[in-house]
Write a protein that binds this ligand. Structure first.
Ligand SMILES: Nc1ncnc2c1ncn2[C@@H]1O[C@H](COP(=O)(O)OP(=O)(O)OP(=O)(O)O)[C@@H](O)[C@H]1O
Ligand SMILES: [Mg+2]
Length: 220
């Protein structure tokens, strides 16, 4: 198993009793696409953020490749588990032209690249040189979300938490995004936890689906 959570809980209420996530036990296999579906406020992002190592669980455990992971992720785990945020602006520094953010992973992980390599990769996500010299606010929501996805794919993670990546996009852009995700999966064997409040999209894209209601999770 690539990733497992065991009785994962998150209490934002400082012990007042209402948890955002109760005893979530889920598992994600290598190169699997698992859905996490539930209405607004049901705890989807909270669970995704805990798995990504960005929110610390109140109790419970996360196992990656069978080993417990805690605190801020480092080294291999930090590279392997990535999250595509619900709001793409959160992925970028608003002051910097896109090129600065897009070249960051190459530098951070010492991956050799040229401008041609970067442009060729971006083309696969429907982005071109002109986009690179704009600031995040000068791109559309769809372009920015695709840039955020492209930036994650550069480092070839093993698992990507996709937090409602298509909820703000129109139907055509949504279908394009799903196509890009499928293509990447064939190529790199990436596993996905696909978060959505739309059951239909989950059904089309995922091989297994968890349903979360007021923080309680069940496999459908
Ligand atoms: N940092 C936080 N501090 C306090 N409460 C929070 C925090 N983040 C989320 N919550 C609360 O936890 C609950 C679950 O929120 P979460 O963001 O996980 O829901 P969601 O399923 O992702 O919803 P949406 O579909 O609207 O994105 C909500 O009641 C929310 O108000
Ligand atoms: Mg959310």
């Amino acid at each position: 198993m690539l990733l497992e959570t065991i009785n994962l809980c998150k209490d934002y209420s400082k012990g007042k009793g209402k948890l955002a996530v109760y005893d979530a036990s889920i598992h994600i296999g290598m190169s699997e696409t698992v859905g996490l579906f539930g209405e607004s406020g049901s705890g989807k992002s909270t669970l995704g953020l805990m798995i990504a190592g960005l929110v610390s669980p109140t109790s419970g455990e996360i196992l990656y490749n069978g080993r417990p992971v805690r605190g801020r992720y480092r080294g291999e785990v930090r590279r392997d588990i990535q999250i595509l945020f619900q709001h793409p602006e959160t992925s970028f520094n608003p002051m910097l032209p896109l090129i600065k953010s897009m070249t960051e992973p190459y530098h951070l992980y010492k991956i050799p690249y040229t401008k041609e390599i970067l442009l060729e990769m971006l083309k696969g996500y429907g982005l071109y040189e002109e986009h690179l010299y704009r600031k995040p606010a000068q791109l559309s929501g769809g372009e920015l979300q695709r840039a955020a996805l492209a930036r994650i794919m550069i480092i070839k993670p093993r698992l990507i938490i996709l937090d409602e990546p298509t909820s703000m996009l129109d139907v055509i852009t949504q279908a394009q995004m799903i196509g890009m995700l499928r293509k990447n999966q064939e190529l790199n064997k990436t596993a996905y936890l696909f978060i959505a409040h739309n059951r239909l999209v989950c059904d089309q894209f995922c091989s297994r689906i968890y349903h979360i209601q007021s923080g309680h999770i069940n496999e459908d």
